[in-house]
Design a binder for this molecule. Structure first.
Ligand SMILES: Cc1ncc(COP(=O)(O)O)c(C=O)c1O
Length: 438
């Protein structure tokens, strides 16, 4: 105990952001390199897209050399985002992400999606209110909604076996009714439903009609619904000849912004960031879109500690101004993601390891529970550690995703270029085959 801190400061000093970060920072000191470090590690646990950075980097370097830095970059600006950048983000949304007209006054920008989630929770919920997430779900939402805002996370279980989600997410109105009843019985308030589309970790996608149903249900219960489209442009080519059998009923990505505009409700909101689709997590550019005017006003008054640097806003204004570049970038990025995704699922198919077919995202959610004698957290952690120690491959442990079945892991396929990923999958196969033998 350190009494120089507040109570909450002391709690924070004991609460790690991610249980796999320590192993991650150890692993990155010894990264695999084909010639320089062929025995090195493969950290495949952090959701970073490294496949298209070379393209974006070259473009940024070119733009930096061609454009003098404008003076406004050195000054304060509007706390929801520099006006010219917000305009550009709105037109980028309209043209590439949402397919509907977006007005910049409905947007607010913060330093990454994490800040957006943190501040949105603070504005919409009271401490002790509950935010509901269909499980399995991105672990760090828990900290983002709780650390400052004091909201609680409720993991809504829709299935136990990974095979059950082979045709996409199962969330239904029945599940929502059940969660509402359960939360009420605990004397708490169901305040927010968060859908990640495409999903983290399963890569599943929600159809237009499902999103519509959920929006109607939320509005009728005065519950906020937020759709996080942070992977909205990271789509897998489900028509690829080697993949298409995995998708008997493929869903087309449909941006929630369209539904928000049809319904004009103060209960509907949308999150996005450049972190994943643009492989730019370090630049810290996140956005919230909402037609709730009071929400945006509150956001404007609270966002000063989390604003995006003006230099970054200026640079991405230039990047997003070149429609031809953006279009080509998105296309190439999707091709690279599909190729890497294939490297992983090809091996999983060979090994007969169950996985959830992804329609988007940077992930493969896979099931290694055949190696657990019992469905326990301890055995899952042992398996996770053994895989890392024996192969150098670090997956995201299932622990924290809020699901009932242990032995499931998330593999981020966009951390290494294709040839290197192939090497990691060979090591993975060896591990599985050895384990099956003994
Ligand atoms: C669903 C989801 N939301 C938010 C984040 C955080 O993104 P950012 O780096 O923009 O804060 C992540 C990162 O993995 C994510 O997967």
């Amino acid at each position: 105990m350190n009494n120089s801190l507040s109570q909450r400061g002391q709690t924070a000093s004991q609460s790690v952001l991610r249980i796999d970060f320590e192993a991650y920072f150890e692993a990155v000191k010894n990264l695999y390199h084909k010639t320089g470090n062929p025995k090195g590690t493969f950290p495949l646990n952090v959701a970073e897209n490294k496949l298209s950075w070379a393209i974006l980097k070259a473009r940024i370097e070119q733009l930096e050399s061609q454009n003098p830095i404008p003076n406004w970059v050195a000054n304060y600006t509007n706390s929801t985002g520099a006006p010219s950048f917000r305009d550009k983000v709105a037109s980028f949304y309209s043209q590439f992400l949402t397919g509907c007209e977006i007005h910049p006054e409905h947007l607010a920008l913060s330093a990454g999606s994490t800040s957006v989630i943190d501040l949105t929770s603070w504005i919409l919920g009271e401490p002790g209110d509950v935010a509901v997430f269909p499980a399995p779900c991105y672990p760090v939402y828990r900290q983002d909604i709780q650390n400052k805002s004091g909201l609680e996370r409720y993991d809504l279980i829709t299935h136990h076996h990974i095979e059950d989600i082979k045709n996409g997410p199962l969330l239904s109105i029945n599940h929502l009714d059940k969660a509402l009843k359960d939360i009420k019985n605990q004397g708490k308030r169901f305040r927010i439903l968060v859908i990640t589309n495409p999903d983290n970790p399963t890569g599943g996608m929600y159809s237009e009609s499902k999103l519509n149903e959920f929006a109607n249900w939320c509005i009728s219960h005065n519950i906020h619904m937020i759709v996080n489209e942070i992977y909205g442009l990271s789509l897998i080519n489900t028509q690829h000849p080697e993949l298409k059998d995995d998708y008997p009923t493929p869903v087309t990505f449909y941006s929630f912004a369209n539904i928000m505009q049809q319904k004009q409700s103060e209960y509907l909101h949308h999150w996005y960031a450049l972190s994943k689709d643009f492989g730019a997590s370090g630049f810290r550019v996140g956005m919230v879109y909402s037609l709730n005017k009071t929400f945006i006003e509150a956001y404007n008054n609270l966002n000063a500690p989390s604003m995006v640097s003006n230099y970054t806003q200026w640079m991405f204004e230039l990047v997003l101004s070149d429609d031809a570049f953006v279009e080509k970038y998105i296309h190439t990025n999707q091709q690279l993601l599909t190729e890497n995704y294939l490297v992983v699922v090809r091996q999983l198919k060979k090994l007969k390891i169950p996985y959830a077919p992804a329609q988007g995202s940077l992930f493969v959610w896979l099931d290694l529970s055949e190696f657990l004698k019992e469905n326990t957290q301890t055995l899952e952690t042992e398996l996770w550690t053994a895989l890392y120690k024996q192969t150098g491959i670090l997956l995201t442990p299932g622990n924290g995703f809020g699901h009932t079945k242990h032995g499931q892991f998330r593999l981020v396929h966009s951390c290494f270029v294709k040839d290197d990923l192939e090497v990691s999958m060979q090591r993975f196969s060896q591990f599985v085959e050895n384990k099956r033998k003994y």
